[in-house]
Design a protein around this ligand. Structure first.
Ligand SMILES: *[C@@H]1O[C@H](CO)[C@@H](O)[C@H](O)[C@H]1NC(C)=O
Ligand SMILES: *[C@@H]1O[C@H](CO)[C@@H](O)[C@H](O)[C@H]1NC(C)=O
Ligand SMILES: *[C@@H]1O[C@H](CO)[C@@H](O)[C@H](O)[C@H]1NC(C)=O
Ligand SMILES: *[C@@H]1O[C@H](CO)[C@@H](O)[C@H](O)[C@H]1NC(C)=O
Ligand SMILES: *[C@@H]1O[C@H](CO)[C@@H](O)[C@H](O)[C@H]1NC(C)=O
Ligand SMILES: CC(=O)N[C@H]1CO[C@H](CO)[C@@H](O)[C@@H]1O
Length: 335
């Protein structure tokens, strides 16, 4: 009986260890999970996730901030404008915009962000308000309502005065500087200049030309927190500012003295945040996949445990065998 258990434990332990290593090397469970995620999370009509995302559970809020001019007469006389931020005026974005196309949060429909995102990826999006496609890059790990997320940000290079962006300077060669984009070409010729709020990440001269600009990362950067397993957006804030290009027109007495400048009109912040109920649903999906991908380690742990039993049996067997011979020797001596 001891001998049988001894060999069973040894063999089983070896088998389990070999199995677990094989499973790990072949990434069997990892692949199965990845496949299941791809099949179920990618939005196709009929899957549960499609139903929930078709009527988006995450409300998109748009907050508008306007700049109140506090010294209009002085501006006309050529002085530096002093602006005061007023707001926010908050709207549910889907009630506000006529079409979904106006939302950068287009990513939530699974088009822009695929499942199984890794941190070295660069993701592309097309915010229609900017009239150009942009990319976001990984910046750090976050947790949204307990759900793990990768934070992606719009890098400063997007609006920087670089050779890659030279093609956006219209007319050709007429670059305005870092942090501003002449969007006139896609705004029916209106002198619209896009930037980040308060000229965040723009050349200092844009900030200092206007009184009341206080750019800061916390309030004015654009970011999105994505769950890497599912590609679902957990939290996001898209923030940009609309400015008009004001030009000194010598021919008009009224505006003859006004400065030439990029004049802020308003900025907005479109934001979403995963609600608690969706978070707990997502957490249970993530936990299930975690357990499944850890099955090889569980098998390995069992193998190690049995190996310990085997060793223990082996050592004890050695001891009892010595005792046995001693016992056997004893009567021999007696006879
Ligand atoms: C999804 O499929 C159902 C029938 O299978 C159809 O009635 C519905 O219009 C489809 N929805 C979309 C958004 O394609
Ligand atoms: C804007 O500024 C004017 C003074 O220039 C002031 O009377 C008005 O109340 C301000 N509006 C808001 C919304 O703060
Ligand atoms: C933009 O960059 C180019 C080349 O680096 C430079 O010559 C030009 O002065 C810059 N323009 C502005 C407005 O900063
Ligand atoms: C912005 O671009 C338009 C053409 O799209 C051009 O006519 C205009 O002069 C540009 N504005 C500035 C300030 O460079
Ligand atoms: C939107 O951004 C503004 C500043 O730009 C900030 O004060 C506000 O809290 C943000 N709203 C949300 C919901 O993140
Ligand atoms: C749901 C939604 O907003 N879909 C839009 C995403 O963006 C593409 C263009 O990039 C539009 O064609 C879709 O209608």
């Amino acid at each position: 009986m001891g001998r049988c258990g001894f060999y069973t434990a040894g063999t089983l332990s070896l088998l389990l260890l070999v199995t677990s290593v094989t499973l790990l090397v072949a990434r069997v469970f990892q692949k199965a999970v990845d496949q299941a995620v791809q099949k179920n999370v990618v939005l196709r009509n009929g899957t549960e996730i499609f139903d929930s995302w078709e009527k988006p559970p995450l409300p998109v809020y748009t907050q508008f901030y306007f700049f109140n001019v506090t010294n209009p007469e002085e501006i006309l006389r050529g002085e530096k404008p002093l602006l005061q931020e007023v707001g926010p005026y908050t709207y549910r974005a889907l009630d506000w915009w006529a079409t979904d196309k106006c939302n950068m949060i287009n990513g939530t429909d699974g088009d822009s962000f695929h499942p199984l995102i890794t941190s070295d990826e660069v993701l592309y999006v097309f915010p229609s308000d900017l009239c150009r496609s942009v990319y976001i890059t990984f910046s750090g790990f976050e947790s949204v309502q307990g759900v793990p997320a990768l934070r992606y940000k719009l890098p400063a290079e997007i609006l920087a005065n670089t050779s890659e962006n030279a093609g956006f300077c219209l007319p050709q060669g007429n670059c305005l500087g870092s942090g501003v984009l002449n969007a006139s070409i896609c705004k029916d010729g209106a002198p619209i200049i896009m930037s980040f709020p308060h000229f965040y990440q723009a050349d200092e001269r844009f900030v200092s030309a206007i009184g009341g600009m206080h750019p800061n990362k916390e309030d004015h950067e654009t970011f999105v927190d994505i769950n890497p397993l599912t590609g679902i957006i957990l939290r996001a804030a898209k923030r940009f500012q609309i400015n008009v290009y004001v030009k000194k027109l010598d021919d008009f007495l009224e505006t003859g003295d006004i400065r030439t400048m990029v004049f802020p009109v308003m900025y907005l912040n479109e934001s979403v945040l995963l609600d608690k109920e969706s978070a707990s649903r997502l957490k249970s999906v993530i936990n299930t996949t975690m357990i499944i991908t850890n099955i090889p380690y569980i098998i390995m742990a069992l193998g190690v445990l049995l190996g310990l039993v085997f060793t223990w049996l082996a050592c004890r067997g050695q001891g009892s065998m010595d005792e046995g011979t001693a016992d056997e020797r004893a009567p021999l001596i007696r006879t």
